[in-house]
Design a protein around this ligand. Structure first.
Ligand SMILES: *[C@@H]1O[C@H](CO)[C@@H](O)[C@H](O)[C@H]1NC(C)=O
Ligand SMILES: *[C@@H]1O[C@H](CO)[C@@H](O)[C@H](O)[C@H]1NC(C)=O
Ligand SMILES: *[C@@H]1O[C@H](CO)[C@@H](O)[C@H](O)[C@H]1NC(C)=O
Ligand SMILES: *[C@@H]1O[C@H](CO)[C@@H](O)[C@H](O)[C@H]1NC(C)=O
Ligand SMILES: *[C@@H]1O[C@H](CO)[C@@H](O)[C@H](O)[C@H]1NC(C)=O
Ligand SMILES: *[C@@H]1O[C@H](CO)[C@@H](O)[C@H](O)[C@H]1NC(C)=O
Ligand SMILES: *[C@@H]1O[C@H](CO)[C@@H](O)[C@H](O)[C@H]1NC(C)=O
Ligand SMILES: [Cu+2]
Length: 594
């Protein structure tokens, strides 16, 4: 695609580099219009003070320990409006130029900000051309309880947005904390369609400076479509190797390691992410694993991290040197700059674990105290905390939600197995609950159900829970790989996770941990439970390659209510536009579709 264009772009960049004999690439070349990872990235306020309640917390006297976040959401009436255009582009985040997909020309994409209870409106314009491709954007961790059609999962909650068309997403920021958005169309998000979301809300723990999102992401030098095609070819491997690991979209790459014959121009000193600490002050860092596959272990040399939230759930603070995040998970940490002098600098590190297929697993970024020379590199030494190699999250006894909710009795318990298998064409795929899922872009489950039809083709992998609203799921991982399990529309209770089969014990039933992604280790089990809201909710592995390989189920809660929902006409109009586009264009659906 656009080979001549790509060549032209590369030559212009690299001739400029040579002419100026600079070693590092400029920010536009590495990350487009994004400022994240540079010292120009703004710090964040404690809340957005431009609403009707100027200079006041719009959540009044609600707290993160005394209020039930699922019931006490304020209604602010404030609308936060964003315009997103998704286009093809060329960037070199680590010095190796790639053909990518960008939101508003930035990688990572623009940050969405709102106060708790605000309405977020995003007009997504699909400008993916040369070749054309559909898209749909998922707002990770948002409940969407009255608006399941805004969830952004193509073939489940909507039809893809066709090329050259727009779709308006509109939903309430009913939970607060740190999250992200990403394309949910095939493995498209690994090509660059990702960005951070911050919803300001009450915080018991004091901090001085909000440093904002820190996106941790494995990075691939091939286009996502080619990766999926190779993986799903007969006798292809389900184990996909990443080429690098990025912090806020930046990292060095050793160009001497590119495969022989690969003529893509490459610069080894692209530049790393930089952060500024104020000496003696406490900083909030919003860690987000926005990668395609890898489990991250994040640390800052010599500094203790105080964890205050996991996903959209504030937790009792605990201290640690290393935070582990599976894909989709977020951890908010506080860090006090009291280790060095005002002239000090330290390495920030994020290591992909051995559970992940990675050619270059270790990302670094620089943290500068007030008076440090920001052109010099830190010389600090790493924490020596060996990876326990369990491919799981921190023990559940350590993470306790700040607002306690006792585990209710479930009305139904189901076991779902994870299996790897080869289909009749020797293609390696995943089965979840006995089915390898494949979506039908033109017939989203939610819209079919809304017509009163609950007879779905088997390969859509729809599980109907009828009027059960408290469902327990025992996930048995019959594969050797660990998986970050993500449920849309809910924070689930986590009852237990461990090796082998569940022994029936529950960690802290008086207040089990809750979040929207949790890792299940290889050949282990994960037991979750959720208070279901009416709708159709995807439950899947967040590893992009595994979801592409069929690892997804759609859960139906309260079908009568789904049938009775008044779905806005623009959702159906978008399907009409997709039907028309797909009639005259080949939709090359090489994977599950999500
Ligand atoms: C960044 O580098 C590119 C390629 O050398 C150049 O075209 C562009 O003008 C530079 N941008 C800035 C903001 O310096
Ligand atoms: C649409 O994408 C093309 C590149 O494919 C780009 O040149 C153009 O500026 C984009 N339009 C908008 C509005 O972003
Ligand atoms: C974390 O460590 C700091 C000192 O580094 C200490 O002041 C604080 O009380 C600790 N917090 C917890 C929750 O243990
Ligand atoms: C991360 O990797 C580096 C480089 O191998 C190592 O020195 C460091 O100890 C690792 N950090 C953690 C927390 O595992
Ligand atoms: C095996 O899976 C691939 C990828 O989903 C699919 O294209 C192919 O048709 C499948 N083969 C059979 C026999 O079902
Ligand atoms: C229900 O929807 C499925 C999938 O679109 C379709 O195959 C089936 O014919 C529909 N059934 C009825 C009764 O409309
Ligand atoms: C709960 O879900 C199961 C599985 O679909 C179903 O058999 C059962 O009838 C449901 N119970 C209620 C009360 O809807
Ligand atoms: Cu997986």
């Amino acid at each position: 695609m656009g080979v001549a264009l790509l060549r032209g772009f590369l030559e212009s960049i690299f001739s400029t580099i040579q002419a100026l004999t600079v070693s590092a690439l400029n920010q536009t070349t590495t990350n487009g219009l994004s400022l994240l990872g540079t010292l120009l990235a703004p710090t964040l306020p404690p809340f957005l003070a431009d609403g009707p309640l100027l200079n006041e917390y719009t959540w009044g006297d609600r707290t993160d320990y005394g209020n039930n976040p699922y019931r006490d959401c304020p209604t602010t009436g404030v609308v936060r409006h964003y315009q997103f255009t998704v286009s093809r582009g060329y960037i070199a985040p680590d010095g190796y130029v790639r053909d990518v997909l960008l939101v508003n020309g930035a990688y990572p994409g623009p940050m969405i900000e709102a106060n708790w209870g605000d309405t977020i409106v995003v007009d997504v314009h699909n400008n993916i051309t040369g070749p054309e491709e559909g898209t749909a954007i998922h707002w990770h961790g948002f409940l969407q309880h009255e608006t399941p059609w805004e969830d952004g999962a193509p073939g489940i909650s909507q039809c893809p947005i066709p090329p050259r068309k727009s779709y308006r997403y509109e939903f309430i920021a009913s939970l607060y904390g740190s999250s992200w958005y990403h394309a949910h169309y095939s493995a498209q998000y690994t090509g660059g369609v990702v960005g951070p979301i911050v919803v300001y809300g009450p915080t018991k723990e004091h901090y001085d400076i909000d440093l904002g999102p820190i996106m941790l992401s494995d990075w691939y030098h091939k286009e996502y479509f080619d990766i999926v095609k190779e993986m799903l070819a007969p006798n292809g491997s389900p184990r996909v190797f990443s080429d690098n690991n990025l912090i806020n979209g930046k990292m060095h790459f050793d160009c001497s390691t590119v495969a022989p014959g690969d003529t893509t121009p490459c610069v080894s000193d692209a530049g790393i992410a930089k952060f500024r600490f104020k000496t003696g002050k406490t900083h909030r860092l919003r860690l987000i694993n926005s990668g395609g596959d890898g489990i991250q272990r994040f640390s800052i040399d010599e500094h203790t991290l105080t964890v205050i939230a996991e996903d959209f759930v504030p937790v009792e603070p605990y201290n640690t040197s290393v935070v582990t995040l599976g894909v989709g998970q977020r951890t908010d940490v506080l860090v006090t700059a009291n280790v060095g002098k005002p002239e000090s600098a330290f390495w920030m590190r994020s290591n992909l674990t051995t559970c992940s297929a990675a050619r270059q697993p270790n990302a670094i970024a620089a943290v500068y105290y007030d008076k440090a020379d920001t052109n010099a590199m830190p010389s600090s030494g790493a924490w020596n905390i060996p990876d326990p190699n369990t491919c799981s999250n921190v023990d559940l006894s350590v993470t306790e939600p700040l607002y306690p909710i006792p585990l209710p009795a479930p009305s139904f318990t189901q076991t779902m197995d994870i299996e790897l298998f080869k289909n009749a064409s020797d293609v390696t795929l995943w089965k979840f609950n006995s089915v390898s899922m494949r979506t039908h872009y033109n017939e989203p489950v939610l819209l079919v159900a809304n017509e009163g039809n609950f007879s779905f083709p088997a390969q859509w992998n729809v599980v109907n829970y009828y009027s059960n609203t408290s469902v327990r799921i025992i996930v048995n991982n019959r594969s050797p790989t660990s998986h970050p399990m993500h449920l849309h529309g809910h924070n689930f209770y986590i009852l237990h996770e461990g090796p082998g089969i569940w022994d029936g014990s529950i960690v802290r039933p008086s207040n089990p941990h809750r979040r929207d992604v949790h890792l299940v280790r290889g050949n282990g089990h994960l037991v979750i439970q959720f208070d279901g809201a009416p709708g159709i909710w995807a439950f899947h592995c967040h590893i992009a390659w595994h979801a592409s390989g069929g690892f997804l189920a759609s859960l139906v809660i309260e079908p009568e209510q789904v049938d009775a929902m008044h779905i806005p006409s623009d959702v159906k109009q978008n399907c009409g536009a997709w039907d028309l586009w797909s009639r005259f264009n080949v939709v090359d659906q090489i994977d599950s579709g999500t």
